[in-house]
Structures are given as C-alpha cells and as structure tokens.
Design a binder for this molecule. Structure first.
Ligand SMILES: *Cc1c(COP(=O)(O)O)cnc(C)c1O
Length: 312
C-alpha cells in the first residue's frame, strides 16, 4: 500500500499560538473508498474472503460513508454487499445509495425499531441464519479487525513526521481506538460528532482490550458536536469554509469540519503549549457533501464535492 501524504498547514493563527499543524491526508488514500473506511474495511474484507464468505452484510444510515465505501470495495473485490439501511426506500434516490446500487449492492430498508436491534445477538444470529454466505460487519465497520487497519496510520506516521498530538473526528470510535493502539507516546484526541457521546468511552475500552492495548494518553472530547450528528449552524459552516480558504484543505461539516472547529476552539483557549506539533487526521467522507447539497443544507458550489460517479 502507498502511504497517504502528510502536509503542513499554514495560518497566521498557528504562528500567533506558536504551534505547527500537519494533516495526514487519508482522504487521498483512494478516490472512492476514502479515509478511515478504507483502513477499517481492509482487514474485514480479507477475513471474509479467507473464511470463504461470498460477501458481507452491514448497517448504516442513508448517507453513510461506510456503506458507500463498502459497496465500492465489495464491487472491486468480487464480493456481494448487502446493506441494511435505516429509513424509507425513497432514500435509494440519494447520491450515496445511487452509487451503492450502481456498484451492485443490495439495499434493504428497515424502520428505526428494527435498525435499533442491529447489535442484538438474536438479531445477528437471525441474519447469519438468513444469509449464511455473508459475513456480518458492524455499523461503521468498527470491530477488532478495523483497529488493526487504523493502527497503520500511526506506523506510517513514524516514517513521515514527528508530532505531539493527533486529532480525529469520532463516530463509532473505531478510528480513535485504532490510533490509540498505534500511539507511541503521543496524545490522541478524539472529537465526538454526536451528542451525549460519553457512552463511547466504555466502547473504546472494550475495543482496546481486543488488541491488548493499555495506552492511557488519550481523551474523547464530547462538547464539540454542534447540536448532534450531522447538525451545524451557518456560523459553523462559515468557520469551516474560512479554514478551507486559508489552508486549501477540502472539508465537509459532518466529520472533518467538526474536528477543525474543535481544534480552532482549543487553539484559541490555549489548550496547546508553545511549540506543540499537532497532526490532524483527515478521515475523508467528502461524498457526504452530495447528501447535504441534495437536501439544500449546503450550497453545492461552495463545497469541494468529489467527482460525481453514477449518472442520474
Ligand atoms: C465514519 C467516519 C468517521 C468516524 O469514524 P469512527 O471510526 O466511526 O469513529 C470520521 N470521519 C469520517 C469522514 C467518517 O466517514
């Protein structure tokens, strides 16, 4: 595998606070399977093939970066993808799911009550029984195999750049947990993008146990969700857009944008010592901009939408 690049970002603000800021561009890992989803799926799909499965089954919301990445990766590797999606079948018209269908994924829409059972052992057993040829991958692709993939971010960074703190956005915490496992003395900071994310701390502890990892220098920041998952104000959008203009870094407001807002707030509060070196992990997810534009929540021409894949 080729390393994703590390770039230094420049801003008068960084000079003012005497910090150096870098970004690990995992959004550039692959043109479609971007960022942390590539890292998390790599060993899961290898395992599915090793165990003789014909494909995988997984879960997500209607605009899920995970399902988008999974559908393409399965298409590329000759695996079947069955996607269990929370919500109405009409979501199949959105960009994310049009792509998934274009790559041959099977979409199955379920109501919220059914979706909520996605981690129930009985529900999982029923799925394995109904689809014995498919391996179950949890929502977001987060499991012990995902951690193995994400750890490699830290291994790569050893050869690329020295830093004191690495920051990542956090959804299901698989990425944060993988970074913690791979850390060698650095501080690992996660920015929760959903409300009331304190429950993730237990989740992280049990994920770390699967890797026999007892590293303690990490923190989950739970006050930067901006109102909840995929919520943001016009003020938040402006702040993210100003950062994009200043640094040239492409962002979206659900994950990477929230991390940037948290980072800027911490910086202004003097959270980082003078001389501190900060590595921001760009986890990808730019395809999510299409869903936001389709819902008129952002203006398409103001954001770095990736190249559109299937024709309408
Ligand atoms: C899924 C996702 C995350 C969250 O990763 P977790 O491992 O679920 O915490 C962060 N950024 C982007 C762009 C994502 O798609």
């Amino acid at each position: 595998m080729t390393l994703s690049p590390v770039e230094q970002l420049n801003s008068p603000l960084f000079n003012k606070h005497d910090v150096s800021v870098f970004v690990k561009r995992d959004d550039l890992i692959h043109p479609i399977i971007s960022g942390n989803k590539w890292r998390k799926l790599q060993y899961n799909l290898a395992e599915a093939k090793k165990l003789g499965y014909k494909g995988v089954i997984s879960f997500g919301g209607a605009y899920s970066n995970h399902l988008h990445a999974l559908a393409f990766a399965c298409h590329q590797q000759g695996l079947t993808a069955k996607l269990i999606i929370r919500g109405e079948p009409s979501y199949a018209q959105n960009y994310t799911l049009r792509c998934a269908k274009h790559w041959g994924a099977h979409l199955l829409f379920v109501d919220r009550a059914t979706y909520r059972r996605r981690t129930d052992p009985e529900f999982r057993a029923q799925l394995s029984n109904d689809y014995p040829e498919l391996m179950l991958i949890p929502e977001g692709g987060t499991n012990s195999l995902a951690l193995r993939g994400v750890r490699e971010v830290m291994t790569e960074l050893e050869t690329q750049q020295t830093f004191d703190t690495i920051m990542t956005p956090v959804g299901s915490a698989g990425t944060l947990s993988g970074l913690i496992c791979g850390a060698k003395g650095q501080q690992v900071l996660g920015v929760a993008v959903l409300k009331q994310a304190q429950y993730l701390v237990d989740e992280i502890q049990s994920l770390l146990k699967t890797q026999k990892c007892s590293y303690n220098n990490w923190q989950l920041l739970t006050d930067y969700h901006q109102g909840g998952y995929a919520k943001f104000s016009q003020q938040d959008l402006t702040r993210i857009q100003n950062f994009m203009k200043e640094t040239g870094l492409p962002l979206e407001p659900i994950y990477s944008g929230k991390m940037i807002c948290a980072f800027l707030t911490l910086l202004e509060q003097g959270f980082f010592n003078k001389g501190h070196r900060i590595m921001l992990l760009h986890t990808g997810g730019l395809q999510g901009l299409y869903g936001l534009a389709e819902q008129n929540r952002i203006k398409a021409d103001e954001w770095p939408l990736p190249h559109e894949i299937p024709a309408r």
